[in-house]
Write a protein that binds this ligand. Structure first.
Ligand code: SF4
Length: 457
């Protein structure tokens, strides 16, 4: 296991080790404590009140990359806000951020925080008083935007309030709110030279310069419990700017592509940037942002980390073929139905739903529970053993029954995830048989052997 891997996870050779950072800690014993970053000692000649925050100079190890999101509703609507936060936590969010544009929003935090079980971040823009009120209300972290809270005395007030409570702060610059509208052309020419040759070099320089300038205030106050973000809607620019920041700062990085758009395209935009950075060891917490229900942000953020082997999967790993001209069942509908019904299973069971005999047996062999189809029927396997051959209309019900039964066997200790009991020997050749169903029906496809597989029984 490479440096920075959470227990049980791995790094592919193509992935670089996590960049070490000074960690921050947010939450409390009731909602849980989330560490972001790590690998470098904490810094600062003062002791936070929380006993779980390591002393200055103490060694730390990197925490698994966490997943954040933000509520879409009004914070001052307490009932709806609590319900939304709890829904996001149930979906797997490690941290939830809320907007606090008005005093009634920070006032609502006092009622909201005791009713949720996930650390809450107050997102503060323009009014530093909202940060002070949020700290008083018991929030777990503050986010400040240097683009709109830049009065030095105000920033120091927020730092001191957080320091007194042992709360971290995220300094988040955004492309949209950092562009200097005065002297725009002169600034562009001045800053362009720092990343000469980059088409948006001046913007990158501006974001780095703003961060340096802003963080200097924090360092002067002996306050280092800071995370940093520098978001843009341009995925390639996000990769470049975070890479530049990762070389200059020790703070953990909150990754995100801002204003990514609707889920359908925002997903590609976000994953393109975030996976490039994470594979390069850059990034300690992620927020995918969509113009849609934030539950999707959590689900896709987690899926990204699962796919990169950076988090241990909590729910089912569903694989399915894209279908082609060989398909003989309504696989798209089946996959969607299976996906929906599998959401109740909390074990990382690998389930394969395959369209035909070409790749079906191979995937069935590697999955815990699998079905491959042919001629309006489905052959169902559990860890390589054929358990059923059912007509199309019974595939869903039977497959789900096998998944639930397998889950119960794992919970009782009677089965182990990822264990292959038998090798499936597909018929050969299959070419002239089309879907191969003639051989399936003849019982030839599910000829199995009980070969011992190296490392397994
Ligand atoms: S498994 Fe069969 S149906 Fe699915 S994509 Fe492959 S060849 Fe086509």
């Amino acid at each position: 296991m490479s440096r920075g891997s959470p227990p049980g996870c791995y790094h592919l050779p193509a992935m670089k080790p996590r960049r070490p950072t000074r960690p921050i800690f947010l939450g409390d014993e009731r909602v849980g404590i989330v560490q972001v970053g790590g690998g470098l000692p904490r810094k600062g000649g003062w002791t936070p009140p929380q006993k779980w925050i390591p002393a200055s100079g103490a060694a730390t190890t990197p925490a698994p990359v966490s997943v954040q999101t933000m509520t879409a509703g009004y914070t001052h609507d307490v009932e709806k806000c609590v319900a939304e936060i709890n829904k996001l936590a149930a979906a797997g969010a490690d941290v939830v951020r809320v907007a606090v544009p008005e005093k009634k929003d920070t006032a609502a935090l006092k009622e909201i925080i005791p009713r949720v079980r996930v650390p809450i971040v107050a997102d503060v823009h323009f009014h530093f008083q909202r940060a002070l009120e949020a700290v008083e209300a018991g929030v777990h972290k503050i986010r400040l935007n240097p683009g709109n809270i830049n009065d030095r005395a105000q920033v120091i007030d927020v730092i001191q309030a957080c320091k007194a409570r042992g709360l971290p702060i995220r300094v988040g610059v955004n492309e949209g709110s950092i562009i200097e509208r005065k002297d725009k052309e002169r600034r562009k020419q001045e800053l362009g030279k720092f990343f000469a040759g980059h088409k948006q070099g001046h913007l990158m320089a501006l974001m780095v310069a703003k961060l340096e300038e802003y963080l200097e205030i924090f360092y002067e106050q002996d306050f280092y419990d800071v995370a940093v973000s520098a978001k843009s809607m341009d995925a390639a620019f996000v990769v470049d700017v975070y890479s530049a920041i990762s070389e200059r700062f020790d703070e953990p990085l909150h990754l995100g592509v801002t204003h990514a758009g609707p889920k359908e395209t925002g997903c590609i935009r976000s994953i393109a940037a975030l996976s490039a950075l994470l594979c390069n060891g850059v990034g300690d917490t992620v927020r995918i942002s969509y113009a849609n229900d934030p539950v999707y942000e959590v689900e896709d953020g987690l899926e990204l980390l699962y796919c990169l082997g950076m988090r241990e999967r909590k729910g089912v790993d569903l694989i399915a073929c894209p279908t082609c001209g060989r398909i003989q069942v309504d696989l798209f509908t089946l996959v969607q139905d299976v996906r929906r019904q599998l959401q109740s299973i909390r074990l990382p069971i690998k389930v394969a739903v395959m369209g035909c005999i070409v790749n079906g047996p191979g995937e069935a062999e590697g999955a815990d529970v699998a079905v491959f189809a042919g001629d309006r029927r489905g052959i169902i396997y559990v860890q390589g053993e054929r358990v059923a051959n059912v007509p199309e209309e019974e595939i869903l019900e039977r497959l789900m029954a096998e998944c639930r039964a397998f889950e119960e066997r794992v919970q009782r200790g009677e089965a182990r995830l990822g264990e292959k009991k038998v090798d499936i020997v597909p018929p050969d050749p299959i070419g002239e048989l089309g879907s191969g169903f003639d051989k399936i029906a003849a019982g030839q496809v599910d000829r199995v052997t009980t070969l011992t597989v190296a490392g397994r029984n």
